[in-house]
Write a protein that binds this ligand. Structure first.
Ligand code: M6R
Length: 485
């Protein structure tokens, strides 16, 4: 059978690809998919071989029954095939009607293929208007997959299948997390967990700013790249600096076979399933849950964490999927509030400790898909400057749960209320006399309550953006995998 070659840009969309009018789709104007033009030109000229070389940016081949696909990310052609080949830098693929040949340094090499285990319906919208909303709703299932078979509650132990010898873990002085965007905020949540559960200093670096410096000893520094796609250029560049310095490296990623997994010493998969929407949602939850498991593992290996405390952390983790489901069941209420406040001048998110990461992530999600001004702050920092921005037209969304120093944050809530700002609080337990404008209840599950709160923030962002008719799955100017520095 004659096979077709198709080249897709890096996100799935029904009207994703019109070779005759490249870039004519409004949503796609920022990414006119020049490679798609090349493919159609080749077809018109009667060329029956396509040459593809990988250098620095990712390139994946999909081997389908009806054709061969090329993309920077498997999600671009996941609905057609799950059999893929990840090219290495310098490799040349020759694709023709009879199949794929691979060359390195001019010599033919074997075509390696991998079978993705993602489920058939995972890359479809399944009745939802947007992938983002579908992926928000997939979180209970994604979290169950993330946690499945990785811990034993009775013994308070974790197995995330990493090769990190006990002697090594006992010798490290620091964990450095390198990541961008949402993954960076997941890393910040995790840094608090590593410090508290594993008694190891943990710093979080924005990958594009990273240098292995400061007199660190590479033998005593574990560098962890957190990246959903495994292809983010800034994160790859950071991890390469750590590798060059001689540090041990670990990737926490969603993507089997991605570039990062082929460069680091070890990888842990977050098992969230494919995420198509540009806005990261379920992968944030699964990243934090995976890093939490890792923190328990490191804590136990370093004898910094008792089995009793490990059990209570694992119990909180076990409750996560159910608690997230309870929040999802309240979507109608969130929708109503989002509609009420959608036209506000700006939105501020505040929180402390784990709640601070979630405040940053909540603001990123909202600005990314609604194009509104949104900022996240450590609640205690408000009075040092940002308070000047607060007015009656700037709703403040506050994390008031376990793990977020709710009592102290309530003082900051009073500060913004004194400036007439409406306050939406995600609350667990009794916070005393209720004077919030809106209260969203968070199930009482302990230290992961801020992560559950994030689901309220996701739904709020989604409905504000939807109210404004934004291009939710493909926000302007953004791409799912950012493969340039
Ligand atoms: O694939 P990565 O996790 O490395 O991506 C990092 C960021 O580009 C990504 O999290 C970005 O911030 C999201 N679009 C935010 O929703």
């Amino acid at each position: 059978m004659k096979r077709e070659t198709r080249i897709y840009s890096d996100s799935i969309d029904e009207d994703r690809f019109d070779p005759n009018q490249p870039g004519s789709n409004d949503q796609d104007r920022s990414r006119p998919a020049p490679s798609a033009i090349d493919a159609s030109t080749a077809a018109i000229a009667g060329v029956d071989e396509l040459f593809a070389i990988r250098q620095d940016s990712p390139l994946v081949i999909g081997h389908g029954e009806t054709g061969t696909f090329l993309g920077s990310d498997v999600t671009a052609f996941l609905e057609h095939t799950r059999e893929v080949t990840y090219l290495d830098d310098g490799e040349l693929a020759v694709i023709s009607g009879s199949g794929v040949e691979l060359y390195r340094d001019g010599e033919p090499v074997e075509v390696r293929t991998e079978q993705l285990t993602w489920e058939a319906d995972a890359a479809e919208k399944g009745g939802y208007e947007h992938y983002m909303r579908k992926e928000i709703h997939e979180q209970p299932r994604a979290l169950r997959q993330t946690l499945s078979g990785r811990y034993d509650l009775d013994s308070g132990t974790v197995d995330v299948e990493v090769d990190l010898p006990r002697e090594y873990l006992r010798s490290i002085e620091e964990i450095q997390i390198v990541a961008c965007g949402t993954s960076n905020y997941a890393g910040r949540y995790a840094a608090e967990l590593f410090e508290s559960l594993a008694d190891v200093r943990t710093t979080v670096e924005i990958a594009s700013e990273y240098e292995f410096d400061g007199g660190r000893d590479p033998w005593r520094t574990l560098v962890v790249a957190v990246t959903q796609s495994g292809e983010t250029a800034d994160t790859l560049s950071a991890i390469r600096k750590a590798i060059r310095a001689g540090a041990r490296t670990l990737a926490v990623t969603n993507t089997l076979g991605s570039t990062v997994t082929r460069e680091v010493d070890d990888s842990v998969f977050i098992r969230a399933g494919p995420e198509i929407g540009v806005a990261a949602t379920k992968t944030f939850a699964s990243q934090v849950a995976t890093l939490a498991l890792l923190a328990v593992y490191v804590g136990r290996e370093r004898s910094a964490l008792s089995s009793n405390r490990a059990r209570s952390v694992l119990e909180s983790l076990r409750s996560l999927p159910g608690a997230v489901q309870q929040v999802l069941d309240r979507e109608d209420a969130v929708h109503g509030i989002a509609t009420e406040y959608a036209d506000s001048e700006a939105f501020f998110f505040i929180g402390r400790k784990y709640g601070r990461s979630v405040a940053l992530e909540g603001a990123l999600k909202l600005k990314e898909i609604s194009y509104d001004h949104a900022e996240g702050f450590a609640a205690g920092e408000l009075k040092h400057g940002p308070l000047a921005l607060v007015t009656a037209d700037t709703p403040v969304l506050a994390v008031l749960t376990d793990g977020s120093a709710a009592a102290e944050t309530l003082n900051n809530v009073k500060e913004v209320q004194a400036r007439s700002a409406p306050v939406i609080g995600a609350v667990s337990g009794d916070i005393g006399e209720s004077y919030l404008d809106v209260t969203w209840e968070v199930p009482d599950i302990g230290m992961f309550e801020p992560l559950v709160t994030n689901v309220y923030w996701q739904l709020f962002a989604y409905h504000v953006a939807n109210e404004k008719g934004r291009s939710i799955d493909k926000p302007r100017n953004l791409a799912k995998s950012v493969t340039v520095e």
